[in-house]
Design a protein around this ligand. Structure first.
Ligand code: UDP
Length: 482
């Protein structure tokens, strides 16, 4: 019987893309990989944030992967439509995944009739499937699509909770020490971890416990980028009790391109006409958005900075998927006044290509992990403006530990002034400190490229994983060489 590796990504294009990239790496050691895809019937479900998230377009992407990489097989689970409505995305996902568990069980049994299931690798958000794998005695591995620093936070969180009687949210800005991280104000930890009364709290605690019981943690990072956090995890410093599973840092995994279609995006043509490293790129992930007031404030900051810019503008919620009306969202006359040095893209830009473009010299980012890795891969220094989830943790590490970014001061209610944006953009692009950040990012880009080459730390971590699964070592490193 052939060995099988099954990957189980959660809905959402970013998670699926990362999982597919992991699948492509595994193909260097094994002839095939199966990906089980969750399907959500989104009709009548737009009142939940989870439904909106899960509805993001993936069908076209899957078709393109099928065409380019036929060794990756997709198994689509039957669509589920009776997920209880909730305003909590985490709760929504747990319900959705629980409803899918019988179908997942069935799919795994079907696969195991013709192959020996060596591992089920699932996204941390698919934790509700943990018992399915356990019942079938399949070794489970978590694929953590963010970095080791935020993973250290998550793993250490149960131990941190034991230190305090109160919810972490009631500790205000108290500094806490988490193994592998600089001291961090408790307010920077993910919102859902800070409120004992939140419905999601128990789900997340269960996930943290399951992570520790898994056969391994696969992380999209590399040793030189997050050495302290990686060591803290592998030395067991983040564990409440018991051993920590082995950690495999196999990154940086970034998709080669995220341009839609064959034609070069118009913003890349515009970048072609700009001077080297002169343009500041502003983009806030696949779902990041701002109020109209904040967008106008950002525009003032950009205009006053005098810098060239490429800015991805999205509608404020709830209509983020609808085409934004720039005349309404941006200050009167802004587009006309900045037309010689600015380019505004509606909704989506091919970020990977943009960050690799020679004209781009800075990136105002929400610190989503893929964006961080793509910036490092392009050698582009960042202005860190986190929005939610683990992004504030990433910002703390990027600014205070790694010094790959300058940070913006975000007020408690999430507001950033025009003057603050102007100041940070100028700091990054004009100051000596900014120059040093740029040099460090360039060095980190080279370290990332080395990590995935033969003999590099990520290449070795992948080989170890392959040896564990298939009992043989890596043969062909060419996938990594672009
Ligand atoms: N992205 C893009 N164009 C956009 C916005 C996002 O190509 O206009 C891509 C970006 O390159 C990255 C992903 O979407 O690969 C966003 O992932 P990240 O982890 O940074 O943030 P998230 O979307 O999970 O908040």
């Amino acid at each position: 019987m052939e060995d099988a590796i099954v990957l189980y990504p959660c809905p959402g294009s970013g998670h699926l893309i990362s999982m597919v990239e992991l699948g492509k790496l595994i193909l260097k050691h094994h002839p095939s990989v199966s990906i089980i895809v969750l399907m959500l019937n989104t009709q009548n479900m737009h009142s939940t944030s989870g439904a909106e998230y899960a509805a993001s377009p993936t069908t076209q992407y899957i078709a393109s992967v099928k065409a380019s990489t036929p060794s990756i097989t997709f198994h689509q689970l039957p669509p589920i439509s009776d997920v209880p409505c909730t305003s909590s995305m985490v709760e929504f996902f747990y319900s959705f995944l629980h409803l899918n568990n019988p179908n997942l069980h069935q799919a795994l049994q079907t696969i195991s009739q013709t192959a020996k299931l060596k591992a089920l690798v699932f996204d941390i958000f698919c934790d509700a499937a943990f018992d399915v794998a356990a019942n079938l005695s399949i070794p489970t591995y978590y694929f953590y699509t963010s970095g080791a620093s935020s993973l250290a936070v998550f793993l250490y969180w149960p131990a941190l909770l034991k230190k305090f009687d109160k919810s972490l949210k009631d500790l205000n800005d108290m500094l806490v020490d988490i193994p592998g991280l600089p001291s961090i104000p408790v307010s920077r930890l993910p919102e859902l971890m800070r409120d004992r009364d939140a419905k999601e709290f128990e789900y997340l605690l269960l996930t943290a416990a399951h992570l520790m019981k898994s056969s391994g943690l696969i992380v999209n990072t590399f040793e030189q980028l997050e050495r302290k956090a990686i060591n803290a995890i592998s030395d067991g410093l983040c564990a409440l009790d018991g051993p920590t599973p082995p950690i495999f840092c196999i990154g940086p995994l970034t998709s080669g391109s995220n341009q839609h279609g064959n034609d070069q995006h118009e913003c890349l043509n515009w970048l072609d006409s700009q001077p080297r490293q002169s343009v500041v790129f502003l983009c806030f992930g696949s779902v990041g958005s701002f109020s109209e007031k904040q967008l106008k404030e950002m525009a003032i900051g950009l205009e006053n900075s005098g810098k060239r810019f490429l800015w991805v503008v999205r509608n404020p919620p709830p209509g983020i998927d609808e085409e934004p009306n720039l005349d309404v969202l941006l200050p009167k006359g802004f587009l006309e006044r900045t037309k010689d040095r600015g380019f505004v893209v509606k909704q989506w830009a091919p970020q990977v290509e943009v960050l690799r473009h020679d004209s781009v010299g800075g990136f105002v980012s929400h610190c989503g992990w893929n964006s961080v890795l793509e910036a490092v891969g392009g050698g582009v220094p960042m202005v860190a403006w986190p929005l939610y989830a683990e992004q504030p943790v990433n910002k703390e590490v990027l600014v205070n530990e790694l010094k790959l970014a300058v940070g913006v001061n975000v007020s408690e209610d999430g507001w950033v002034t025009a003057a603050e944006l102007e100041k940070r953009v100028s700091e990054l692009m004009d100051s000596q400190a900014g120059k040093e950040v740029r040099e460090r990012v360039s060095a980190m880009r080279d370290a990332g490229a080395t990590a995935v080459k033969e003999g590099g730390s990520s290449h070795l971590a992948l080989s170890m994983l392959a040896e564990l699964w298939f009992g043989r070592t890596c043969q062909s490193p060419e996938h990594y060489d672009k």
